[in-house]
Design a protein. Sequence first.
Length: 339
Amino acid sequence: MKILVTGGLGFIGSHTVVELVNAGYDPVIVDDLSNSSVKILDQLARILGFKPKFYELNLCDEASVKLLAAEQSDISGIIHFAASKAVGESVQKPLKYYYNNFYSLINLLRFYEGKPLNFVFSSSCTVYGQPDVLPVTESAQVKAAESPYGNTKQIAEEILKDVTASGSKFNITALRYFNPVGAHETSLIGELPIGVPQNLVPFITQTAIGKREKLTVFGDKYNTPDGSCIRDYIHVVDLAKAHVAAIKLMEKPDFKGYDVFNIGTGTGSSVLEVIKAFEATTGVKLNYQIGEPREGDVEQVWGDVTKSAERLNWKAERDLTTMMASAWAWEQYIAANPL
Ligand code: WQD
């Protein structure tokens, strides 16, 4: 069965394309290449043994989406990754985020309206802000977003719930990701940050390979065991598999409407623990300093993944060592094979 994967050449999208094929699905990739490289398509072909169907198009362009929906009218599902996702940039350019993240979603929903599709939405734990209770469950209060990026995720979930309540033929699941890290075991695909990485793990691997002089740990005076922030890091392949599990859940006759799932490991790791895990796994001593806290960071968040285990029939399997080893192997691969 055909599944449309928007943002399918991105970090999580490309890994999900691989897992869809592994599960017997036929992915159709849509990507505007604003935050990815078309060379990832060749990398996917090396992993899969064939090049998936690819449309270079911007989902904010109505005519393009209308054409896509006409040409790809026989899809059974959509996994929607395509969105702007840099927290810091969203504070500087809120209109870019509201335009891109809402207009792309609304166009997809409009031009596929009326079709009985299984729709997976890429949401984020950022909707929780700093939870009052940890681990955070899906029923926790969704707090005032810390950034326009987080706000687009919260409002998009509301849009999807309203679409469901209107009697739409869509089945919809929103997956609230925690922190995706690592890379495919072949090292042929991974995270390709443009410019200076905003996220921790690509900054670590770029420092380790010498592309960055040193890592700054954004604060070590938090109310945590070692003073640095805690997050729930999840291997991108486990995250990709969760999307296949969501499609399979919605294919079941007893699934109706809308549901939301935490996609994490259920375990928190501090920034300093991640650094130590990286050094222990790779044998590379990391050059880092302690700096000031970063504006907008929550102190600690990790997910309660009971509902995902029970309803989604999915659990993360890869540990921090595997996450660090695969991230490092990927950094070394792209250093030798620039994409
Ligand atoms: C993790 C920890 C930093 C860089 C964001 C989004 C989330 C998702 C993942 C899109 C924090 C610390 C980081 C550095 C550091 N994005 N850090 N030095 O902010 O938890 O989550 O990215 O889907 O929605 O909110 O991830 O990797 O930026 O930071 O000390 O150079 O690492 O302070 O504690 P974050 P992150």
